[in-house]
Design a protein around this ligand. Sequence first.
Ligand SMILES: Nc1ncnc2c1ncn2[C@@H]1O[C@H](COP(=O)(O)OP(=O)(O)OP(=O)(O)O)[C@@H](O)[C@H]1O
Ligand SMILES: [Mg+2]
Length: 306
Amino acid sequence: MIRSVVDAYSQLAKRDLRILRIIEAGHRRYEFVPQRLVERWARYRKEEVRDSVRRLHFLGLLRRNLSPYLGWRITAAGYDVLALHTLRMKKKVLKLSPTPIGVGKESVVYAGESPSGFKIAAKFHRGGVSVFRHGEAFKAKISRYEHLGHVYETRLSALAEFYALEKVFEAGGYVPEPLAYNRHVVVMQYVDGVELYRLDAGEFAVIAQDVLETLRVALRLGIVHGDLSPYNIIAGRRAYIIDWPQWVPLGHPVAAAYLRRDLHNMATYFKEKGVNFPVEELLNAVGEGDVYGGERFIELIKTSLL
Ligand SMILES: Nc1ncnc2c1ncn2[C@@H]1O[C@H](COP(=O)(O)OP(=O)(O)OP(=O)(O)O)[C@@H](O)[C@H]1O
Ligand SMILES: [Mg+2]
């Protein structure tokens, strides 16, 4: 078994990657892409195609189906490799750490470096966590590719996270700078620091001010984080809020409940540290002006979800 996407990627030749890409394209029509079609589409000799497919299968990047015909489906690890390859070709990623720095239910995160020497974090989404997956725009998008529903949900997660990071970052909130995304992967600035739940000593009043500022910025944009906790804040030079794919627009029916939970989590945490977190003040700031219902993001789903 392969240890990581980096490990698998390092074992692939150009031809293997081309064939993986051909199978990906074949998924537009087939859940399991027939071997004979891969052989026809690929401009290689049959033996070369079989050799590549065997390696891709061995590395866990393809799943085989034998009946009623021999066919192939790309695994989550296979999509990881395709995304990493694209990000490298686009010069967004130079290299990634050999093993992940974070493995969660819904994602795997690697540290890495950009070609310009910038320290990056690459988050590979595993789950569909965006509320927009229940919306019309997304359902219309995937209606033709039902067998790719989960794949598209992980891409929606990445797109949603990238969108929230970009908006909050541009407006001056403390979040990792978003650098690129491809398929189900988001590349962002690496934040040097410690998650709040692991921090025993620190300037908690200053940290609370940063969190407040970022939440004010997000709320002004109509964005509710939705999973705010001491696990999703990294205290470094400033306190940065991470992990945004499940953000909810303020106009959404669940937004108020999520916001209250987010703020309650923060108030509880900071109270333990002897710092007041002014929940009421934030709640009062909500509802000034138009309430954002996610319209701009929905446009993005229609135009740019791969
Ligand atoms: N930009 C970053 N800089 C440094 N470390 C990061 C960054 N993004 C994520 N990490 C690390 O990876 C871990 C997981 O990231 P994140 O919280 O975004 O996803 P997750 O918790 O796996 O998602 P989920 O909550 O859906 O399971 C973080 O707790 C943190 O340690
Ligand atoms: Mg997290």
